[in-house]
Write a protein that binds this ligand. Structure first.
Ligand SMILES: [Mn+2]
Length: 455
């Protein structure tokens, strides 16, 4: 489609030079010298007084061509009126800050020249700054033969994805940049992610740190670890607020970001590294989980990274991570759980008895919170000589973690967050302190703790 670009000097010609694909661009200019220059460079230009309609007779064919106008503000209205007389129906875009009068003219849209800075120059400037930061990170770590990439104790998808992205950014492998934690990966989704990435997460102790030449931390800060575990830290990239000042050769802590994966995605883009489908999937999942599907604490930066990663990720792999497979035995357990469920005072409760692996209680507690009228979901089961109790809450009046601690804290480990909590009690301890294990006794303890909080 033909475009008409109207400018009293060479401004639009320089901004939008003709390209092979936009061969149907007509430049309308005032000065004969500018017109001649455009023509010399192979462009189509017509010249004449921009406030008179004659010049537009030569520029328009159908009269429906879109027009961009970039002229002196004092002439804008006169120029648009002249265009209108020749092409009453053409959509007109005026590059202008003076919008009051122009807006009253039908079919006229305006764009502020500042928008060019905001939308075009701004992001590119950001990218240049990020690029400089990436160079600094690479320079800092280049002399280190073996760099430890540390994550928090029970690494979540944001940490796992960020660690792999950092290793990719540094161009290193598992030998020169092992990914490590002092803890273990427990949640089944997180283990599925690690399987997908074929990542080996090394479990180390604080005494092992000295065996590496450098240390980088992602999604975590030195103060989150045991005192003096790290004598020197080369790099910290995180989005948690700084509880204590972070001391690192290079640090990038952005509490306003929804995920560390977003920061790492910006690094990769600035370094012009296209993530593999696996890495993109992991980073996408990292942002999804840390922002609860972009619903909590996600910023413009998280949305931009998300859109970028979405184009590179494997959505099939993502589905497999988010919805872990259920074995036939797990389905039988679920069947039993559904059959034996009880619903009292908005609490959906089910004791599964012996289960194949501990994560099933959490998975089914999630599911049971979907039961109509459920405000609390409590699912228990026994495995490896332990009782596991998982609790989920919908808009709880008291934090689930507090209720679970009140109910089971005297018997074993118990706690959690506002909407989810968990208790693990050794069966021997339960028998010694409570007696025979029954669903009734578990539910009674939970209800008593919940009631006590209300009173
Ligand atoms: Mn995070």
């Amino acid at each position: 489609m033909r475009h008409v670009l109207v400018s009293d000097d060479a401004f639009l010609w320089e901004l939008v030079p003709p390209s092979p694909r936009a061969h149907d661009t007509v430049y309308v200019v005032e000065e004969p010298a500018v017109r001649a220059r455009i023509a010399r460079h192979g462009g189509t230009a017509v010249g004449g007084n921009l406030a008179h309609q004659a010049v537009y007779r030569r520029a328009f064919r159908s009269g429906h061509e879109p027009v961009v106008v970039a002229v002196d503000p004092a002439r804008q209205v006169a120029v648009v009126r002249a265009i209108r007389r020749v092409a009453p129906a053409a959509p007109v875009l005026v590059v202008s800050d003076v919008t009051r009068v122009l807006r009253r003219l039908p079919g006229v849209t305006t764009v502020s020249p500042r928008v060019f800075a905001e939308r075009v120059v701004g992001p590119e400037l950001e990218r240049a700054l990020t690029r400089a930061r990436v160079d600094r990170i690479r320079a800092q770590l280049a002399p280190r033969a073996r760099v430890l990439i540390m994550m928090q104790d029970d690494p979540d998808p944001d940490a796992i994805a960020s660690a792999l992205a950092l290793r990719t950014l540094l161009g290193r492998d598992r030998g020169s940049a092992p990914i490590a934690t002092f803890g273990t990966v427990t949640r089944p989704e997180n283990r599925a992610l690690i399987d997908l990435l074929r990542l080996d997460v090394r479990r180390i102790g604080p005494e092992d740190v000295a065996r590496y030449d450098g240390a980088a931390m992602v999604d975590v800060q030195p103060s989150f670890f045991e005192e003096r575990a790290f004598a020197r830290v080369d790099l910290v990239v995180d989005h948690h607020p700084e509880e204590r000042p972070v001391h690192a050769a290079v640090k990038d802590v952005r509490p306003e970001y929804g995920a560390t994966s977003t920061i790492l995605t910006e690094y990769l883009r600035a370094a012009e590294i296209t993530p593999t489908a696996r890495l993109a999937t992991a980073l996408l999942y990292g942002i999804k989980t840390d922002t609860q599907d972009l619903e909590r604490g996600a910023t413009r930066a998280d949305l931009d990274a998300f859109a970028f990663l979405h184009a590179h990720a494997s959505l099939g792999a993502l589905r497999r991570i988010e919805r872990p497979e259920l074995s036939p035995e797990a389905l039988d357990t679920l069947g039993r759980g559904i059959r034996d469920r009880r619903v009292v005072d908005g609490i959906v409760f089910s004791h599964l008895g012996r289960i194949g692996y501990p994560e099933l209680v959490a998975q089914f507690a999630d599911l049971f919170l979907q039961v109509r009228g459920a405000r609390w979901s409590v699912v228990s089961g026994t495995v490896n000589g332990e009782l596991h109790v998982s609790v989920r809450a919908a808009e709880p009046s008291r934090a689930a973690g507090v209720v679970v601690r009140d109910a089971f804290g005297d018997l074993g480990s118990a706690g959690g967050h506002r909407a989810m909590a968990k208790a693990v009690v050794r069966l021997a301890d339960w028998r010694a302190r409570v007696g025979h294990l029954t669903g009734d006794r578990i539910l009674r303890r939970f209800r008593r703790a919940l009631r006590a909080g209300r009173g």
